[in-house]
Design a protein around this ligand. Structure first.
Ligand SMILES: Cc1cc2nc3c(=O)[nH]c(=O)nc-3n(C[C@H](O)[C@H](O)[C@H](O)COP(=O)(O)OP(=O)(O)OC[C@H]3O[C@@H](n4cnc5c(N)ncnc54)[C@H](O)[C@@H]3O)c2cc1C
Ligand SMILES: *[C@@H]1O[C@H](CO)[C@@H](O)[C@H](O)[C@H]1NC(C)=O
Ligand SMILES: *[C@@H]1O[C@H](CO)[C@@H](O)[C@H](O)[C@H]1NC(C)=O
Ligand SMILES: *[C@@H]1O[C@H](CO)[C@@H](O)[C@H](O)[C@H]1NC(C)=O
Ligand SMILES: *[C@@H]1O[C@H](CO)[C@@H](O)[C@H](O)[C@H]1NC(C)=O
Ligand SMILES: *[C@@H]1O[C@H](CO)[C@@H](O)[C@H](O)[C@H]1NC(C)=O
Ligand SMILES: *[C@@H]1O[C@H](CO)[C@@H](O)[C@H](O)[C@H]1NC(C)=O
Ligand SMILES: *[C@@H]1O[C@H](CO)[C@@H](O)[C@H](O)[C@H]1NC(C)=O
Ligand SMILES: *[C@@H]1O[C@H](CO)[C@@H](O)[C@H](O)[C@H]1NC(C)=O
Ligand SMILES: *[C@@H]1O[C@H](CO)[C@@H](O)[C@H](O)[C@H]1NC(C)=O
Ligand SMILES: *[C@@H]1O[C@H](CO)[C@@H](O)[C@H](O)[C@H]1NC(C)=O
Length: 590
């Protein structure tokens, strides 16, 4: 226990320049104010403060997450949210496509943002996804090849917690080893690892082995990479705000501070600078739940990195959105930008469970054995190895539906998956079954055509946004889910599963799917990037808010389409290049 306290003290002291009170800030002069110390925000904070004469303030609603155990321990990730102190606690409106169920919609609250509560899966998507971003935005800089320097400089590929020989589990040629964000392979074996890998040779036509799903060519089944280093979550706080960065005198982080709006100091209704472009230069915020509000003005830019729900929320409360819709709510329009909050896109997820004969499962070994739980926590606290040092899942599969089975191919191209299979040696989400041993496959639709929205229904900026991912509003998405469910059932027909699988215990009618679907928490596209001068979209390819001076948006909201993968990697890459684009536009050396 004393070792634990010593470690805790070391960690806490390493994060010294985090201020809890506005009045404690040693200065109010900043070049940039970043709204949201989340995944993207901390990348920008780090890269912009590489130049000692550039000063940055990050404003974050929550607190540090770096020494919060449920965030740190990889195996605890399912406990980090929802409805915890690390969550914004959002819920969607009832989803017509899910038999009118509202669903829980967690977002990370605190430094690191969603990277501090997510499942740490590190998947870049396919090269075609990025080539499509380049095509949609009209900026070749977003193509896979052009992004390679940013992908490499973000990444620090490290040894897994158990230091096993990783030859044959990834391709070192496609990774970076000197970057900031730790990435690794599973560091503790799970009971079904060999069966999953064996199936890639037994059923190689259907489920080929892919040495590295992050190589640009993603199709097939392979080992999962995660944002973990030294057996510990590598959130954007742990990595990009790590000890050697947070100590920079030009970097300031103000926590417990909720940004309410951005405002114009000149005239609130525009045209202050002679070129008819309204300039937003004030950040309004509160530290006491709205009792008092303060403002700060950066000398260069405001950067919104509040994530795909809260970024549009702040914009709408600032009068930036569809002017008619804002009028209905009672908010005066400042800039008519109709696409703010539109096109919310997310990946629906379902899970199939099989009863199995083996007792080497997560349920039996861990969830039903308190002695073991204590033992492995002690080990993790001691040297960050063992059962808890890795995720509950170790392999992923990326597959396409057969040609001609969809009216529209929604993917970015013929080497981009339509759905994902996530294999796990047991059920790791509550409710835990009281008896039985299980194998589980999560099925995820990666290329949904359904589009929803983030809107507001109150003039109070502290009230939650109205979130509607509109799951299955386009009927093609449930068709892809049906095919994913069928494919998951094919997977366990391989000989590696003989004598292991007893039976599928999940019913698979459309109604079961609609009653069971949740999100895999990848909301995107609510402030979409579009070509400069386009009559749609919210930001230009350099993240500048359209029709406005002084504001950029750098977070998951700008991705115009979902990548065929978990979204954090793309957010890191966009933020890495975003930092360079911002520096270039201000003549700051890179
Ligand atoms: C439970 C969960 C599991 C996930 N699993 C994975 C996974 O395994 N792999 C993967 O790749 N992706 C995963 N994701 C998605 C991924 O984490 C996100 O796409 C990504 O982190 C989003 O980054 P962001 O910068 O856009 O927003 P965030 O990282 O959410 O950052 C937004 C920040 O802004 C702050 N903020 C918001 N509003 C305000 C305000 N008004 N004032 C001040 N601060 C504010 C927030 O507190 C937060 O710190 C998961 C997400 C969740 C929630
Ligand atoms: C979310 O809910 C938890 C549990 O009730 C609470 O502790 C936390 O403060 C809530 N988060 C926010 C941002 O209010
Ligand atoms: C790891 O395994 C590979 C292939 O089996 C082998 O060639 C290599 O020497 C091993 N590396 C180490 C460090 O043992
Ligand atoms: C702009 O609006 C803010 C908040 O409503 C107000 O405090 C400020 O005085 C206004 N500024 C001008 C110049 O009207
Ligand atoms: C529970 O875990 C302990 C510690 O590893 C082990 O000794 C014991 O056999 C386990 N109990 C069962 C019922 O498996
Ligand atoms: C970590 O500690 C465990 C005992 O709790 C020990 O078995 C293991 O070898 C240690 N691992 C390393 C890498 O030190
Ligand atoms: C890894 O964690 C251990 C145990 O907490 C710690 O002693 C060690 O310094 C860490 N190593 C790195 C490289 O962070
Ligand atoms: C995808 O299409 C390209 C160009 O037609 C072709 O070269 C490639 O082999 C195709 N890939 C697959 C997996 O079919
Ligand atoms: C706003 O929408 C939420 C659902 O997201 C609902 O609970 C709330 O009652 C609505 N408030 C108003 C004022 O309509
Ligand atoms: C599956 O369907 C059968 C037959 O309708 C029903 O008896 C059973 O309870 C269902 N099981 C689950 C887990 O929903
Ligand atoms: C919203 O999605 C529709 C359908 O995919 C598309 O036509 C439109 O351009 C998108 N708009 C934005 C702002 O992303």
């Amino acid at each position: 226990m004393s070792l634990q306290l010593v470690l805790l003290a070391l960690i806490t002291s390493a994060f010294g320049l985090i201020y809890e009170k506005f009045s404690d800030l040693p200065t109010t002069d900043f070049d940039f104010i970043i709204i949201g110390g989340g995944t993207a925000g901390n990348v920008l904070a780090n890269r912009l403060t590489e130049q000692p004469d550039i000063s940055v303030l990050v404003i974050e609603a929550g607190a540090s997450t770096a020494d919060v155990l449920v965030s740190e321990v990889p195996f605890f990730c399912p406990q980090a949210v929802p409805q915890t102190p690390l969550d914004w606690n959002y819920t969607t409106i009832p989803q017509a496509g899910l038999n009118n169920r509202p669903i829980s919609y967690p977002r990370g609250f605190g430094l690191g943002g969603s990277s501090a509560v997510n499942f740490m899966v590190y998947t870049r998507g396919s090269s075609q996804d990025y080539d499509r971003y380049a095509a949609i935005s009209g900026d070749e800089g977003w193509s896979w090849d052009s992004l390679q320097p940013y992908i490499r400089r973000a990444e620090r590929f490290v040894q897994p917690a158990d230091h096993h020989n990783t030859t044959g589990q990834f391709n070192p040629e496609v990774h970076g080893f000197d970057g900031i964000l730790s990435i690794t392979l599973p560091g503790y074996p799970r009971g079904t690892d060999q069966r999953v890998i064996q199936t890639t040779s037994d059923l190689a036509d259907e489920f080929p082995f892919n040495l590295d799903m992050n190589s640009g060519y993603q199709l097939g089944v392979g080992w999962m990479q995660t944002t973990v280093g030294n057996g510990t979550r590598s959130s954007s706080e742990v990595s990009y705000l790590g000890a050697k960065y947070i100590s920079r005198p030009n970097l300031h982080v103000l926590i417990h501070t909720h940004v309410t709006r951005i405002l114009q100091s000149g005239s609130n209704h525009s045209k202050s600078n002679g070129n008819n472009t309204p300039k937003f230069d004030l950040v309004e915020f509160t530290q006491d739940s709205g009792v008092t509000k303060q403002t700060l003005s950066p000398s260069k830019e405001i950067i919104l990195s509040a994530g795909s729900l809260n970024t549009p929320n702040i914009l709408l409360h600032s009068g930036i959105g569809d002017s008619d819709e804002l009028a209905t709510v009672g908010i005066e329009s400042t800039v008519h930008l109709p696409d703010v909050g539109k096109n919310l896109t997310d990946h629906p997820r379902w899970v199939l469970n099989w009863l199995v004969t083996d007792t080497d499962t997560l349920e039996n070994v861990y969830f039903r054995n308190e002695t073991y739980q204590e033992e492995v926590l002690d080990q993790w606290l001691y040297n960050r190895t063992g059962f808890l040092s890795s995720m509950p899942t170790s392999q992923l599969g990326w597959l396409r539906v057969p040609d001609g089975t969809l009216a529209i191919d929604p993917s970015a191209g013929n080497e981009t998956a339509h759905f994902e299979l996530i294999f796990s040696n047991g059920i790791y989400h509550a409710p835990f079954p009281p008896t039985g041993d299980y194998f589980a496959i999560n099925t995820v639709v990666l290329c949904p055509l359904s589009r929803g929205s983030v809107t507001i229904n109150s003039t109070d900026p502290l009230s939650p946004p109205v979130v509607d991912p509109a799951f299955f509003s386009n009927p093609q998405d449930i068709e892809v889910m049906r095919q994913a469910v069928a494919k998951a059932q094919d997977f366990v027909k391989g000989p590696a599963w003989d004598g292991h699988i007893i039976e599928l215990v999940t019913n698979t009618t459309d109604d079961d799917i609609r009653n069971g679907i949740t999100s895999i928490y990848h909301p995107l596209s609510t402030a979409s990037m579009s070509p400069r001068g386009a009559d749609w979209g919210v930001v230009d390819p350099d993240f500048v808010l359209k029709g406005v001076e002084g504001v950029r948006i750098v977070d998951a909201s700008v991705l115009p389409k979902p990548p065929a993968g978990h979204t954090q990697a793309a957010v890191y890459f966009f933020a890495e290049r975003g930092a360079d684009l911002i520096k270039k536009s201000w003549g700051i050396p890179i």
